[in-house]
Design a protein around this ligand. Sequence first.
Ligand code: HEC
Ligand code: HEC
Length: 353
Amino acid sequence: MKRAVAGVVVSLCVAAGGVHLMAQAKFLALSPGFPLWAYGYKTAPAAPEDWSGRCPGTRPRDCDRPGGLPADTTGARLTIPGSGRSFTVSEITSPFDPADWFPDDHPPMPDIVAHGKRDSGFRACAICHYPNGLGLMQNGPVAGLPVDYFLRQLADFASGRRRSADVNKANAFEMAAMARNLTPEEARAAAEYFGSMKFTPWVRVVESATVPTFTATVNGLFMKAEGNETEPIGRRLVEMPEDTYQSNMLRNPRSGMVAYAPMGSLKAGETLVKTGGDGRTQPCGACHGPDLRGTAVAPPIAGRHPGYLARQMYDMQQGARNGEAAKMMRASVEKLTGDDLVAITAYVASLQP
Ligand code: HEC
Ligand code: HEC
């Protein structure tokens, strides 16, 4: 009897695991519409690794992809004009105490934001999102989000209703593992802290037929290559730091992003965003507010990282991000093509946040 019961349980688990894997398989970079650029790939990964299994939920740092951060080769103390502080690269990338270059730019950080939790392997929120919440494209902008929305995202990450459509995206699994382990007090402290700050202009959008030749880090950050070569932009939106050294090496929270979009993107995006494009999508302002700076229903999206925004819209289209509130986005994303994503997110990112 016992055996039979155990057998049923096992086969149910296997079945559930199988469904999960099949659902994930269709999200791999190999699916035809996958916007590689939004997930920080120049080319599709040859053999995507499934990072979901690396993050059992107790030690989030097990999800950390090796080589994601620059190495400290010299041990030199580096500076940023106007900061008055100096840090080594190891200090800048310290998992539990990352550099805070401009403490006067933000309120005092709650412990979880500044230090994470060394014992259980939680990195500080500030290392990925920056102390000011403006962050880098491969993570996400958390400054200026309503507290309710912020807490809902943590709950959806924790329950698995918010995943990445890319099983290779290690930092998204780390994010989810952390969300599962935050106490309600820590979650609220982080939400109130980041919510108390404004999302200030951070991304410059440029229409261009070419883009500076660039490389991608293992964590999905595009960076301008050395020299002055360019390459055709193709049908991509390419977001990268204005200054690779300031962002990748120093993590300077005052050095922003530039996003290159194909010629004509802004006009095409504006039409889709304002009119819904004859039913291809919905007018975004109806929920996100006329200037897309957020309402009680939907979060602010104006001026935020276009790479991040596009990734979220694709995740929602594929059902990987599927919380109750995210379902309100279904009619806005289900028919979108890759070109629509480029146009819409270029336009939204070009607006005043
Ligand atoms: C390893 C880097 C990393 C760390 C550390 C990290 N996050 Fe994140 N966070 C991410 C990534 C990556 C995403 C976006 C996931 C995606 O694109 O699929 C994200 C997204 C979020 C979002 C959703 C933003 C939105 O607009 O919906 C919230 C909220 C958030 N993080 C809060 C936190 C908090 C609170 C902490 C600290 C307890 C934290 N994060 C630490 C990587 C990180
Ligand atoms: C019917 C209401 C509605 C419409 C119309 C709508 N949205 Fe949303 N959108 C939402 C809600 C609600 C959320 C928050 C979902 C959640 O909590 O997970 C959201 C979330 C998003 C996000 C994720 C933000 C983040 O920080 O992760 C993006 C990006 C987005 N919407 C873009 C758009 C764009 C672009 C349009 C128009 C083409 C649009 N939305 C139209 C309701 C809407």
